[in-house]
Design a protein around this ligand. Structure first.
Ligand code: RVP
Length: 500
């Protein structure tokens, strides 16, 4: 006879935290969000890889490219570069994150000399940047011919068909510097010449980087940034259970800090084979997470198979229709609670603490705090990060609002069949994800800082100055559907409602 779980499985929206005593010492600025990423002997050794904030970005084409990886590492978290691309291009992305030099920006707004003012305006909407490099081939590393900034054109007087060469500031009038110039010297040149942008060129005149005046202060602001021993940003990457024998060496060679097997359902022999292969070839040197699972058995299986962290969640992602198409999954809160219990028991028995990650289904910022309180060490987010400037997708105007594109790995657009692979045909036989828009939300740094301020505030309401303390002190209650209604604004006429 089939097994029936005695309790319904629940989502984050069905829980609230009941505040505890908070002393005057417990203020948001004193809260530490440092959290372990990979397994370690807790109490006996330092975790070999931890994060300064409990957030990682989803292993998705529409989320985790190199720009987002750099922006998130600056805030103290980690991106997992998507694996649904060729081994070469994934390794190149990792390599570029590792090679990224603070303050040195690879230009993302570039046009060839044949481009027009109309192209400049289109590009400005797409990238959000007003300085455009004009290079001979229109790429970020072509020969620099000039720069276009907002002050170079007047929309009221100039035709959109005007060629950029007619109004750009040409190379001979620009201040530039050799690519080898230090950031300190670049900033001096910017100040001495009263310019906003300094292009750095190699000996042949190819554009290498831009240094911007506006970034000058931000270098000092990133107090939480996550750096490796060589002062490069920490970055992760997704792998699959098919081509790991080629993909893992390429990513390791590119300098990746941590890997994660990307699968919609991780309680499988395919995952243990992948983990065994990595252990056989790299011992414990290569760190790798596995998942996704939603119960105790799934966790214990991956723990014993050698996972460095375990990811939880099936069917809760905002773009995910796995529950509708296949009828598998579990409410995210219940899954986290059960796996956290299994993790703690495993630690009691073995002395090894395996961090767990709640993946998908974070709708409100407070859901992050709930996931942490329930025992997660960190959360993985897709929709949340897709909204920011730094995600790799297009920013569009739809119905008068700015949006960004966001699509699931199981959608026809991504065709990440390896994520849903159960052996057999090498194709996506049916869709498990949708293609969508999410409201545009500006720069990642602003969004993450606001979110985490809320998390820290809630932790103070629970009297906790660290994630571990939150997990010990948190008191959670299931809420009725009517109290959920009571939690929003109700019985008032909202002033900014479109109906008024
Ligand atoms: P969310 O943050 O709610 O957007 O969820 C992101 C998560 O959804 C990913 O980390 C992944 O586990 C899952 N996902 C990604 N693609 C799909 C799909 O197409 N079904 N699901």
């Amino acid at each position: 006879m089939a097994y029936y779980f005695s309790e319904p499985s629940r989502t984050f929206g069905e829980y609230l935290l009941v505040p505890g005593y908070s002393s005057s010492e417990c203020v948001p600025d004193r809260v530490s969000l440092k959290t372990p990423l990979v397994k370690y002997r807790k109490g006996q050794e330092e975790c070999p890889l931890s994060m300064n904030i409990p957030m990682v970005s989803a292993i998705m084409q529409s989320v985790s490219g190199e720009k987002l990886a750099i922006a998130l590492a600056k805030q103290g978290g980690i991106s997992f570069i998507y694996g649904s691309q060729s081994i070469q291009s994934e390794a190149d992305m990792v390599r570029r994150v590792k090679a990224y030099k603070k303050g040195f920006v690879t230009s993302d707004s570039n046009l060839p000399p044949e481009a027009t003012l109309g192209d400049v305006l289109d590009l400005k909407v797409r990238t959000g940047h007003s300085t455009v490099a004009i290079t001979d081939d229109g790429t970020a590393h072509g020969k620099l011919l000039g720069l276009v900034a907002s002050r170079d054109y007047r929309l009221s007087r100039m035709s959109p068909d005007l060629k950029v060469t007619e109004f750009m500031t040409p190379l001979e009038k620009l201040v530039t510097a050799p690519a080898t110039t230090s950031l300190h010297d670049c900033n001096d040149i910017i100040w001495d010449n009263k310019i906003n942008t300094l292009p750095l060129l190699d000996e042949q005149g190819h554009l290498q980087y831009m240094v911007f005046r506006k970034d000058y202060d931000s270098h000092k602001e990133n107090v939480n940034e996550l750096l490796d021993a060589n002062k490069s940003y920490v970055v992760g990457a997704g792998i699959n259970t098919r081509d790991y024998a080629e993909r893992v060496p390429a990513l390791v060679e590119a300098g990746v800090d941590v890997l994660c097997i990307d699968s919609s359902e991780g309680f499988s022999e395919w995952q243990s084979r992948t983990l065994s292969w990595i252990r056989e070839h790299y011992g414990d040197k290569v760190k790798v997470g596995a998942g996704n699972v939603v119960d105790r058995e799934g966790f214990l299986f991956l723990a014993k198979a050698g996972a460095d962290f375990v990811k939880i969640g099936i069917g809760g992602g905002s773009i995910c229709i796995t529950r509708e198409t296949k009828g598998i999954g579990r409410g995210q809160a219940t899954a986290v609670i059960e796996v956290a219990k299994a993790r703690d028991e495993y630690y009691e028995q073995t002395g090894i603490y395996i961090p767990i990650c709640s993946d998908g289904g974070i709708v409100h910022d407070y859901h992050i705090t709930l996931a942490l309180a329930m025992g997660a060490d960190f959360v993985m987010l897709g929709r949340y990060f897709a909204r920011f400037d730094e995600s790799p997708t297009n920013k569009l105007r739809v119905g008068g609002n700015y949006v960004k594109e966001y699509w699931g790995e199981g959608s026809n657009r991504a065709r990440n069949w390896q994520r849903y692979d159960l052996g057999g045909a090498q194709k996506l036989s049916f869709e498990e994800g949708v293609d969508s828009y999410v409201p545009y939300a500006g720069p990642l740094a602003d969004g993450v800082q606001t979110t985490l301020y809320k998390v820290r505030s809630t932790m103070c309401n629970c009297g906790a100055l660290s994630i571990e303390e939150l997990q010990q002190k948190a008191r959670l209650t299931v809420v009725s559907s009517t109290s959920i209604v009571e939690g929003g604004s109700h019985d008032v006429i909202l002033k900014n409602s479109p109906n008024n």
